[in-house]
Design a binder for this molecule. Structure first.
Ligand SMILES: Cc1cc2nc3c(=O)[nH]c(=O)nc-3n(C[C@H](O)[C@H](O)[C@H](O)COP(=O)(O)OP(=O)(O)OC[C@H]3O[C@@H](n4cnc5c(N)ncnc54)[C@H](O)[C@@H]3O)c2cc1C
Length: 243
């Protein structure tokens, strides 16, 4: 081919997760733009490609086995979707069935509205949720009176149990940590994984009071607005990609 430098090198990319696949794609693209001829080989130890990305279909449902969404606003992934011609296949969140469900006693139950990650920002949904018992709610309501921790750091589990009680931890925080952060909250540091919560405790002591008042006034800005209220964000997933 005219203008193409024959370099003849092979680049090996180890792993076919999204990091490996996008690296391979960009290496190839950059090389082509620089008129360099290289071969890119992606090596994968599993029988399927995609790493944590895996989609299954059952009984008419599309099931994401791991990641199910990306933040659309300003995300470089959106440029990649466009480049690959996949932007027409994006599915945005359904407003009809919006919400997060937690399996509780075998029944999917809606997470109280106004949860910003782990930060409750609305009182009524917290008070009326059937997910937590009256006893658990009373314990969580004591949160404003819980003193700040003197420890430099602690696990997410210890932090949530100390501030909100063990029921809120078992029913809400533990499953959400797995889904959102893919970590074991018993081992994960609150400072590193959820620094905004650790900071809120240091600055305001009560996370509950701050969360509720921040929503009212959007005042201190220490926490981001709840996911459902971020106007610029869509959380798309891709309908299907032909192999
Ligand atoms: C339950 C869950 C939900 C998530 N939800 C979201 C979400 O909604 N949105 C979001 O943005 N992120 C989400 N994430 C995070 C996201 O899935 C990961 O950040 C991302 O998929 C990681 O991609 P990766 O390519 O870096 O790694 P991986 O997907 O882990 O891929 C690594 C690949 O390398 C292969 N490999 C490893 N070692 C070798 C070797 N020696 N030789 C050959 N191959 C090897 C592995 O088999 C694997 O295929 C979620 C994660 C989990 C677990």
């Amino acid at each position: 081919m005219a203008g193409v430098k024959a370099v003849g090198k092979t680049v090996a990319v180890i792993g076919s997760g999204i990091s490996g696949l996008s690296s391979a794609y960009y290496i190839k693209r950059i090389a082509e733009e620089a008129h360099i001829s290289i071969k890119v080989t992606v090596l994968e130890k599993d029988s399927a490609i995609g790493g944590k990305l895996r989609t299954e279909s059952a009984n008419g449902f599309t099931i994401e086995c791991g990641p199910d969404s990306i933040l659309a606003s300003g995300a470089p992934a959106m440029d990649l979707f466009k480049e690959l011609g996949l932007d027409g296949k994006l599915i945005t969140q359904s407003t009809e069935n919006r919400g997060t469900y937690i399996l509780s006693g075998g029944t999917p139950m809606k997470l109280p509205e106004g949860m910003n990650g782990m930060l409750p920002t609305r009182l009524m949904p917290m008070l009326t949720t059937p997910l937590i018992s009256v006893r658990g709610k009373l314990r969580a309501a004591m949160e404003p009176f819980v003193p700040r921790s003197k420890a430099e750091d602690e696990s997410i589990a210890a932090f949530v149990q100390r501030r909100f009680g063990s029921e809120v931890y078992d029913v809400i925080a533990e499953p959400m940590c797995g889904v959102i952060y893919a970590v074991n909250p018993e081992n994960a540091s609150i400072r590193r994984t959820l620094p905004y919560l650790s900071r809120l405790e240091k600055e305001h002591r009560s996370i509950l009071v701050h969360g509720l008042s921040a929503r009212k006034g959007r005042g201190s800005g220490a926490a981001a607005p709840p996911v459902g209220e971020r106007k610029c964000a869509i959380y798309p997933t891709v309908k299907s990609i032909d192999p």
